[in-house]
Design a protein around this ligand. Sequence first.
Ligand code: IPE
Ligand code: IPE
Ligand code: MG
Length: 242
Amino acid sequence: MAKKSNPEMDMSRIPCHIGIIMDGNGRWAKKRFLPRTAGHTQGASVFKSIARYCNKIGVKYLTVYAFSTENWKRPQDEVDAIMNLLRRYLKDSTNFKSENIKLKFVGDLEVLPQDIRDLIDNAEHESENATGLVCNLAVNYGGRDEVVHAVRKLAKKVKDGELDADDISEQMISDNCYTNYMPDPDLIIRPSGEFRLSNFLLWQSAYSEFWFSNVLWPDFKPKHLDEAIIAYQQRDRRFGGV
Ligand code: IPE
Ligand code: IPE
Ligand code: MG
């Protein structure tokens, strides 16, 4: 069960959209002399518990980075294991439906194996009427790839005479991103001691607050999310103003 939230946390100022770079699975496994895939399995279970906790405390959008456009570089057996975990999770995702969590996917899904794409369509369809947390899984997601896709769509409109190049706006780029149905992330969390975005939500994170931790993702607990939210609540977001 999710733990009770931290009393220091202001429940009236919970960030609307939290992004999490779920990193450190491999190192978690290595420390235990386990194969890297054991870290991914544990990481998937932590994802479910953190999504449930976000739903409980009133986060509206959670976007988790599960597989990047660069992660295909990994050894084939690791990529296969991650895809199998995704399959297993998707076959099980009706779990979330009874919890009022809406499941969505962001990324270039067209290159995923067809059976996974069917499972994704099904999972999104099954949870589409949920009114609680919108939980976005970033799979084959890359921020640069996303901008390239958006620019291509706009370029086609210019070519077809539907759009004047001078009228291209920031809003149009946002509207053509995979994330077009959600606000920009307020808070981005990266565990595992790395201080980089690794191509996560590049366009959307222009004014996000960042929170880093040495905890490896498979060890991440609701209390760490509380810590991140409390730190976020102490920040002064100026958006370029004074
Ligand atoms: C994150 O954990 C999961 C994916 C990128 C799929 P890693 O597998 O990157 O774990 P480390 O960074 O090697 O410890
Ligand atoms: C970012 O982690 C991608 C995901 C968590 C899915 P990586 O482990 O791939 O990032 P780098 O290689 O350390 O930058
Ligand atoms: Mg990593």
